[in-house]
Write a protein that binds this ligand. Structure first.
Ligand code: UDX
Length: 425
């Protein structure tokens, strides 16, 4: 079976490479020629665990092919995976322009029977539009959403906790059943709309869980309770579960914020209100302000204060700045007249292109020098291993606002810091 992957971001790459490792031949195509050139040399221009070594292995086995043009990528293909980004527009709708362009190309180029699998996240309305663009006797269409987490996408693609296939078409069902027979995960065969809603409901539910625990953390702050104990206490109920109950300054990234907003917008356009998802979005939009409150409570006015923000990526282990809460926080601090300095292990160069007027470095000790306060904005576990005694000496003040509840409060008090977590007494 020959597979084509169109759109080689972390989803397309991890999906395709996982299929190569299962023995299939996979052609990859992306309109970004620089990216393809880099993959051909075995170099991955973004950060993903295990993937660079694995690409090299697949290149030498000759079952990963990075194509220079779409025609070459589609040659003899039985299955085409659409893994093209659907970025969010200001009103909350998805930008389908790239998908539309590829669909038009597919209609021109494909002359044989093929299964087109929509892996890109499209809402029900966008799915119907895409399906319309692909209406041709050559195409059997299926929806196969991904649940990959950035950073560990390849492992997630190799061992998915479920495989969802939504199709009304017997041919697609047969081919995808065969394709995924090499994966042991539970498989759900359903209709396309249900598959789409499984994806949106999954991400919205995760968003609701995070906003819920953040709301409870804010109450913990008022009453002097401990969110760590509360989260453990509720999470041990298997009906609730312990995952995604980590309180902090809110969720970011390229998926949770986008998918929740897109679902809200889609429902609104159909005169429905998604009250719970909307509440999760509102809580998330405001959660970073808890940091400003804690800084103000301890420092008084923030004008001309030096505040070092540790972490720019939307989560630790990635260089992705999309939807990063840290960037939003920095903008707000700048508006309050703060002298902001910022650190990240991976995204510092990218961040310099977005925020031009602050000091950004990969040297954490240079960033904390003379700071009145340090804010942890990203959960880089490396921050727990820093030389905090040295940091205390370098800082002017001694306030730590731990926006990811990453550090040990007792230890930091012992070291002489004023420690503020989120919902930690
Ligand atoms: C998410 C989903 O987990 C994945 O299934 C989907 O396919 C894509 O979106 P990802 O964006 O990689 O994956 O990040 P994830 O690890 O889920 O974290 C998202 C955001 O939520 C991050 O900003 C993270 O810091 C935050 N988060 C996560 C919390 O604040 N608390 C938690 O308990 C978990």
């Amino acid at each position: 079976m020959k597979i084509s992957i169109i759109g080689v971001g972390y989803v397309g790459l991890a999906t395709g490479i996982s299929l190569c490792l299962k023995g299939y031949t996979v052609s990859f195509y992306d309109s970004d020629k620089k990216k393809i050139k880099s993959f051909k040399r075995g170099k991955v221009p973004f950060v993903e665990e295990d993937i660079e070594e694995t690409i090299k292995e697949c290149l030498s086995n000759k079952n990963a092919i990075f194509a220079d043009n779409l025609k070459e990528a589609l040659e003899n293909s039985n299955i085409i995976f659409l893994c093209i980004g659907t970025p969010i527009l200001p009103e909350g709708e998805s930008d389908l322009i790239n998908i539309k362009n590829v669909c038009a190309e597919l209609r021109k180029l494909v002359r044989h029977e093929v299964v087109v699998v929509i892996k890109s996240t499209v809402n029900p309305g966008d799915y119907l539009e895409t399906k319309n663009l692909l209406s041709s006797k050559n195409f059997s269409i299926a929806v196969n959403p991904e649940f990959l987490r950035e950073g560990s996408a390849l492992q997630n693609a190799l061992h998915p906790n479920r495989i969802i296939i939504g199709t009304d078409d017997e041919y697609s069902k047969k081919i995808l059943k065969e394709l995924y027979s090499k994966f042991e995960s539970p498989k759900i065969f359903t209709d396309p709309m249900s598959a789409i809603l499984i994806k949106y409901a999954s991400n919205s539910f995760l968003a609701v869980k995070i906003s819920f625990i953040n709301e409870i953390a804010n109450i913990c702050d008022i009453v002097g309770a401990s969110i760590d104990d509360v989260a453990l206490g509720i999470g041990l109920d298997p009906r609730i579960g312990r995952d995604f109950l980590k309180a902090g300054i809110g969720f970011g990234g390229s998926c949770l914020p986008k998918d929740t907003k897109n679902l809200i917008r889609f429902a609104e356009k159909n005169s429905l209100s998604t009250n719970i998802v909307k509440a999760a979005d509102i809580v998330n939009e405001n959660q970073y302000k808890v940091v400003i409150k804690k800084l103000t409570k301890n420092l008084g006015t923030l004008e001309n204060k030096v505040i070092s923000v540790l972490g720019l990526s939307f989560k630790g282990g990635t260089d992705d700045l999309r939807g990063s809460v840290s960037l939003k926080l920095i903008e707000e601090l700048k508006k309050s007249g703060v002298v902001v300095k910022a650190h990240d292990y991976l995204s510092y160069e990218k961040a310099k292109k977005i925020i031009k007027d602050i000091f950004i470095s990969k040297d954490v000790y240079a960033v904390v020098k003379d700071a009145d306060a340090v804010v942890i904005a990203t959960d880089w576990k490396e921050y727990t291993k820093l030389d905090w005694e040295k940091i205390k000496e370098l800082m002017k003040g001694n306030l730590i606002v731990d926006g990811r509840n990453l550090l040990d409060p007792k230890l930091f008090k012992k070291l002489g810091f004023v420690y503020e977590g989120i919902g930690r007494k």
